[in-house]
Each structure stands twice: as C-alpha cells, then as structure tokens.
Design a protein around this ligand. Structure first.
Ligand code: HEM
Length: 197
C-alpha cells in the first residue's frame, strides 16, 4: 500500500468511526426527565423505619414521612387553639384521636391514602395506587362525612404551609424540589377549595 493510500484509509476509518459515533449519539434514547417520585428517592428499597422487618421504596417513604409530619403539625395547631386552625375540618378525626378510648385507626388510614395519592400521582408506578375518593368528593362534607367543613383559600394556604414545614423537617430542603411539590399542591387547589367565603 502506498503511503498516500495508507493515509487515505486511515482518514476513511477515522471519518467513518466519527460518522458512526455521531449516528449513535443521534439514536441514543432521549434522557427522560426524572419524576418527582424519583427525585424523592424512587424505587430504591430501604428498611421501613416504622417496621424494621419490612422494606419500602424510598420515594414512598419520603412522601409518607412528609404526610405524617403534616398530620402532626395540623393536630398540634388544633391542640394549641391557634386562630385559623383546621379543627372544624378535621373534627371527626380529632374527635376519635382525642376521644376515650383514643382511636388512631383513621389517622393511619388517612396517612396511607395521602401517601398513595401523592406517590401515585408523581410517578410512583404500579406499586403505588390510590383507591380513595376523588379530590372534589373527599373535600365536600355532603359526600364525605369525615370532612367537617368546606375549605377556604386561607385553609388551603395553611395546609400548604404545614406541608412545606413537614418537608423541611424530613430533610427536603432543595428549593427547586420544594417548588415542584408546591406546584403539585397548587394544581389541586381548585377542586379542594369549595368555600368561596
Ligand atoms: C394538596 C392538598 C390536599 C390533598 C392532596 C388532600 C388529599 C386528601 C386525601 C387523599 C384524602 C383521603 C380521601 C379518602 O379517604 O378517600 C383527604 C381527606 C381529607 N382531607 Fe384533604 N387534601 C388536601 C388538602 C386538604 C385541606 C386544605 C383540608 C382542610 C382544610 C383537607 C381536609 C381533609 C379532611 C378533613 C379529610 C378527611 C380525613 C378523615 O378521613 O378523617 N384536605 N384529603
């Protein structure tokens, strides 16, 4: 092979490998944006801190932790008797929790339903399905006797504030991530707020 044809062959090989490389780049699957569920830990299995004999997906655990802290904050606000607390709305639940004997069964049911709801609606996949009421029915006392009173915008703002505080308590401090959670919450304001005041 002449020196010239060797150079030409090399140029052809380098050129074609660059061609194939660029073809490969073009054909590569587009990078899928992460779902909120994935950003909160996704399907990675971890030990359930509430029951060390069980495993739980980290994404689901993140939501459950925030939900449980939110419920604690709502109840503490009611107990403190703060102006604007959500005691009237959660009266049936609060009546059970503070009744004699105290009954927390429906707190656990609410925690599960809220966790299912958030996980299923943020990319949680088949392991997270929500089977409770729709948002309009769940927050209409005429359709859900467990809803003690219709919600106003101010009640909704208070609720979102508790979710934000609960997220912080559970280590969700990334502002972009919190912004995404708030966007999900805001998207539900219209069906849930049913008292125009
Ligand atoms: C993003 C906001 C909210 C979401 C995603 C949400 C979601 C839910 C879900 C999934 C349930 C369970 C429904 C069922 O059992 O079938 C529920 C129940 C309930 N929600 Fe909400 N909710 C939100 C805001 C609020 C607000 C602002 C209030 C009150 C002002 C409220 C009060 C209640 C009450 C009282 C119940 C019934 C609890 C019980 O079963 O004892 N929610 N909500």
């Amino acid at each position: 092979m002449t020196k010239f044809s060797k150079i030409a062959l090399c140029a052809l090989i380098i050129g074609s490998s660059a061609f194939f490389t660029s073809c490969k780049d073009d054909d590569a699957a587009p990078v899928q944006p992460q779902t909120l569920y994935q950003k909160l830990g996704g399907t990675t299995m971890v030990t359930d801190p509430n029951d060390s004999s069980k495993m739980i997906e980290q994404g689901r655990l993140s939501f459950r932790s925030v939900v449980d802290s939110t419920v604690v904050l709502i109840v503490a606000d009611i107990v403190a008797g703060n102006e604007g607390n959500l005691g009237a709305h959660f009266a049936p639940l609060a009546g059970e929790v503070f009744g004699t004997p105290a009954n927390a069964t429906n707190v656990a049911v609410l925690s599960k339903n809220l966790t299912d709801f958030f996980a299923a609606n943020t990319g949680g996949g088949a392991t997270n399905t929500y089977s409770g009421l729709g948002m309009v029915a769940a927050h209409d006392p005429a359709q859900n006797p467990r809803m003690g009173a219709k919600s106003t915008d101010a009640d909704y703002d208070r609720f979102i504030g508790f979710v934000g505080a609960a997220a912080g308590k559970n280590g969700v401090t990334d502002q972009a991530l919190i912004g995404e959670v708030v966007a999900v919450l805001e998207s539900l304001r219209a069906p849930i707020v049913q008292d125009p005041q």
